[in-house]
Design a protein around this ligand. Sequence first.
Ligand code: FES
Length: 180
Amino acid sequence: MTTSSTHHHDAAPSAPLKAAILERFAREVAKYPEAGKQSAVMACLAIVQQDEGFVSVQREREIAAYLGMAPIAVHEVTTFYNMYNQHPVGKFKLNVCTNLPCQLRDGVTALVHLEKKLGIKMGETTADGLFTLQQSECLGACADSPVMLVNDRTMCSFMSNDKLDQLIDGLRSAKPGEAS
Ligand code: FES
């Protein structure tokens, strides 16, 4: 007997934003004059992502309503910056730069090595929920290629296959702790 594949919709409605989150929104909005409260959109997205791990379409709509913006305008921000996750991601998000300058200097080699080591394709998350592999736009460190960003914070340069192995093994064994 086969079970049908699990649903991958993350659009299932979740509870509305918690009061604590709305309070944090209010603090961000207070930094701007009333007419400019939409300037808090990135901060609000970051707050939701920090709390829930990603920004769902529902949360985009709630933020839009909160800030008096069109939902599409919020969605454009979410999709423009790759630090925002539109879907749940693994504990460690690995973004490998594959823009052209890096491509010419082994950026793709690094990506392929990671795909093999983790057993997933770019854009996927490992079954244990530990690693998500993504491409990244230029990280401004082209001369240090291959370069990658771990959890939108930690930049790793000159990532030879050996260094990639060390990084992955290190993150695996540091599992219960912090990302960096
Ligand atoms: S192209 Fe990869 S860091 Fe610039």
